[in-house]
Design a protein around this ligand. Structure first.
Ligand SMILES: Nc1ncnc2c1ncn2[C@@H]1O[C@H](COP(=O)(O)OP(=O)(O)OP(=O)(O)O)[C@@H](O)[C@H]1O
Ligand SMILES: O=C(O)C(=O)C[C@H](O)[C@H](O)CO
Length: 304
């Protein structure tokens, strides 16, 4: 099968509020990264989003949207009577905050069927997941995802992980620390964001974040930090790669699009430092649009 597969939750997104008028789209951190990997790789490269769908009209629209945009859904189950979660973006300047309605979302059942999950990941070049993927699941399903990822890794997949800490998804900080640390232990490329790691683990600097994650045996780490440089730790070197200047209107999906750009650049054969520079260019363009998903053509133009 080959290609890229991401595991997670695609929600309905409300963005770009103009008074009480909102724009409806689809988004969710791992989907956002998938979107940019799709935009920045050749059409024939398989790109799949692995989740669980409902069967209501919004779920059907969601599946059609992915399909129309060249994103397949592998063996993702369709669950009778279930529906997608929803979130809305509030802005203070370009800085985003989210309100969620997602507790009964279909995606929470994405790891009920371990056989389907294993098949969705079989033979992939890259498997991508995040702390949000883990946060939405029951303890049993967190274990199922971790086992599926571990098995994929043993069969040769490269595992890419962004901890994307969202406190509201977790029963408590201790559990989040444990689960996210376990995820780092099965990761080849870690793409964390410094403020998230600082909030959960108390890291004082991006270097501390990199040290902690390297301690789990991760060989390639990029610590993002908004408009500050990204710290790239790879090939025995540490390099600060400056961000690209942007006229930001909405930073939703900045980190996810960075990850998509980084993965696509690494797949194209560029080294981690060059990949981080391309990733910054993509993310700087994405923050100039409302919502998590900027047009694929814009991401391509920025990627170069
Ligand atoms: N205001 C900005 N101007 C230019 N680039 C930005 C800006 N904010 C973010 N970026 C780009 O996005 C990358 C990730 O930013 P940040 O660390 O804020 O992500 P994040 O909080 O993980 O985002 P999200 O979780 O919403 O995807 C940065 O490394 C940078 O390339
Ligand atoms: O916060 C979440 O759970 C989301 O997936 C919504 C946003 O698209 C995501 O946080 C942006 O990184």
């Amino acid at each position: 099968m080959g290609g890229f597969a991401a595991i997670g939750e695609c929600m309905i997104e409300l963005s770009g509020a103009n008074g009480d008028q909102w724009r409806m789209g689809f988004a969710g951190d791992t989907l956002n990264t998938t979107w940019y990997v799709r935009a920045l790789t050749k059409t024939e490269y398989p790109v799949d989003y692995v989740t669980a769908f409902g069967d209501d009209p919004f779920s059907m629209k969601q599946r059609a949207f992915l399909n129309e945009n060249g994103i397949q859904t592998a063996n993702s189950p369709i669950i009778a009577g279930a529906r997608p979660g929803l979130y809305a973006i509030s802005l203070t300047g370009a800085e985003r905050s989210f309100t969620y309605w997602r507790n009964d979302a279909a995606a929470r059942q994405l790891a009920d069927d371990t056989e389907a999950l294993a098949q969705s990941l079989a033979g992939r070049e890259i498997v991508y997941f995040s702390g949000i993927t883990m946060g939405i699941l029951s303890p049993k399903n967190r274990e199922n995802v971790l086992n599926a990822v571990k098995n994929a890794r043993e069969q040769g997949s490269l595992i890419v992980f962004d901890a994307n800490y969202r406190p509201r998804l977790w029963e408590n900080a201790d559990t989040a620390q444990q689960v996210l640390s376990d995820a780092f232990r099965v990761t080849d490329i870690a793409l964390p964001t410094f403020p998230d790691e600082n909030a959960l683990f108390g890291d004082a600097t991006p270097d501390h974040t990199a040290d902690r994650i390297a301690g789990f045996g991760v060989g390639e780490i990029v610590v993002k930090d908004g408009t500050e440089p990204a710290l790239v730790v790879a090939d025995g070197r540490r390099t600060n790669v400056p961000a690209t200047i942007a006229k930001a209107v909405d930073t939703t999906g900045a980190g996810d699009s960075f990850n998509g750009g980084y993965i696509a650049s690494r797949l194209a054969g560029f080294d981690p430092v060059k990949a981080a520079a391309s990733a910054h260019r993509v993310a700087a363009r994405v923050v100039e649009f409302h919502g998590a998903l900027a047009p694929m053509s814009e991401a391509r133009a920025a990627f170069g």
